[in-house]
Design a protein around this ligand. Structure first.
Ligand code: HEC
Length: 114
């Protein structure tokens, strides 16, 4: 390999890495909007804490792949969301939002509860 072709392939590899990183970039901010726009909050609560109808989703959400399969195919009480209704990108943002929700304090650190 000549010096210049090595340079070229290094540049190409860096370029590919860069594109991949932008494709996978997820935004908790956008995810919060999508969570509200798609009505997830109605059953799961605004911060995924769970509600009367839906179970808790956060903190510690299940892996993205699980959620992506679940919401496309569920036959339970939750409506299905096809990719036409909710794209994979928006769902990845929702997942990032759920991951960004902090855990509450440990009850052991609250004197009144001990
Ligand atoms: C009409 C109420 C309703 C709406 C709207 C709704 N869900 Fe649900 N969701 C449920 C119910 C009820 C369950 C539990 C049902 C089951 O396990 O079959 C559930 C289960 C889930 C689960 C599986 C939880 C687990 O731990 O197994 C995920 C993930 C989930 N919902 C995500 C979402 C997302 C993301 C949205 C918005 C795009 C959404 N849901 C909108 C009612 C809803």
């Amino acid at each position: 390999m000549t010096h210049s072709s090595l340079l070229k392939s290094t540049a190409l590899a860096l370029l590919l890495l860069g594109t991949q990183a932008t494709c996978l970039a997820q935004s908790a901010e956008k995810g919060k909007e999508a969570f509200i726009k798609n009505g997830c909050w109605q059953c799961h609560g605004f911060v995924g804490q769970g509600g009367v109808t839906g179970p808790k989703l956060a903190p510690d959400p299940k892996p993205f792949e699980f959620i992506n399969v679940f919401i496309r195919h569920t036959k339970g009480p939750m409506p299905q969301y096809s990719e036409k209704i909710l794209s994979k990108e928006d769902l990845a943002d929702i997942h990032a939002y759920l991951q960004s929700i902090p855990k509450g304090p440990d009850y052991k650190s609250i004197p009144l509860l001990n």
